[in-house]
Design a protein around this ligand. Structure first.
Ligand SMILES: NC(=O)c1ccc[n+]([C@@H]2O[C@H](COP(=O)([O-])OP(=O)(O)OC[C@H]3O[C@@H](n4cnc5c(N)ncnc54)[C@H](OP(=O)(O)O)[C@@H]3O)[C@@H](O)[C@H]2O)c1
Length: 265
């Protein structure tokens, strides 16, 4: 992070009750920021506040998959000097595409794609008007290649990488830093839920620490357009860059298919 003052008095962290978002909120509070914490479940936000946050804060209980939830976030932050948004809220699902439900897939697209775009539009304009700011999007290493058996999740995360990196170029001259954080597997509630869909003993992916992801993100903000936290994940990203798309999707397809708990018909 170049200059903490650049990012205003308040920061918004979506997905702040758990995992990577929670660690971003803690790190930013330790740097003296006031935090707007956003998630759907109020009890989890309250628990996070009691256990982990000693900072001025507001909570916004909102489902960012919906236009109403996004509007609630816009309204709740209207009067605040917000200079940074970390959009970490996310959902994951693995399984054969045709075994999935429309609701799950629509929500995956909404939280990763539509919410990122709307957050960028609302806060990007505010930051240009205030003369500076930052946007952090949390993508995933699954966004680097087509991921059979997590097809919608992977595609929605590929969108986040492409969108975030494009926006970084557009907003650079406006003094707004845009960073896409691209974590590999990370020890969070999401990883625990995914373990109900994928037999992790068959997938050789070490799970990193969410705090390290948040720290790597904040260190890169203002210096880079994207960051892959962790040495192992950097090696994986490099390997995926060297592999043909054909090989990458073939390998991922084989690996995930063999590890699915509910096998495709
Ligand atoms: N964990 C991994 O292995 C991993 C790897 C790569 C990338 N990522 C990405 O990292 C980000 C954070 O994931 P995590 O692992 O920290 O997950 P997590 O521990 O499950 O936390 C997800 C957070 O998002 C909130 N959330 C979910 N849906 C929401 C919605 N519709 N509206 C508002 N808030 C919502 C959750 O609270 P509520 O449920 O109460 O709303 C929670 O605070 C995600 O974008 C994920 O795709 C994770």
């Amino acid at each position: 992070m170049k200059d903490i003052e650049k990012y205003g008095e308040w920061v918004v962290v979506t997905g702040a009750s758990s995992g990577i978002g929670r660690e971003f909120a803690k790190e930013l509070a330790a740097k003296g920021k006031k935090i707007v914490l956003v998630a759907r479940t109020e009890a989890n936000l309250q628990q996070m506040l009691e256990q982990d946050l000693d900072a001025s804060h507001r909570i916004v209980v909102a489902d960012l998959c919906t236009a109403t939830g996004l509007k609630a976030l816009t309204q709740a932050t209207k009067e605040l000097d917000v200079g940074l948004v970390v959009h970490s809220a996310g959902l994951a699902h693995a399984g054969a595409f045709l075994n999935g439900t429309s609701k799950t897939d629509t929500n995956l697209q909404a939280i990763h794609m539509s919410a990122s775009v709307e957050i960028a539009r609302v806060f990007g304009r505010r930051f240009v008007n205030r003369g500076s700011g930052g946007l952090i999007f949390v993508s995933s290493g699954f966004g680097f290649a087509p991921i059979p058996y997590a097809a919608v999740y992977g595609a929605s995360k590929a969108f986040v990488i492409s969108f975030g990196e494009a926006l970084a170029v557009e907003l650079r001259s406006k003094n707004v830093d845009v960073l896409t954080v691209i974590p590999g597997a990370t020890k969070t509630n999401m990883a625990e839920k995914l373990a109900e869909q994928i037999d992790m003993s068959k997938v050789p992916m070490p799970h990193g620490d969410p705090r390290a992801v948040a720290r790597a993100g904040l260190a890169a903000l203002g210096h880079k357009d994207s960051v892959v936290p962790g040495a192992m994940n950097k090696v994986m990203a490099l390997m995926m860059g060297l592999m043909s798309r054909r090989m990458a999707k073939g390998q991922f397809g084989k690996l995930l298919k063999s590890a699915l708990i509910i096998q495709p018909e």
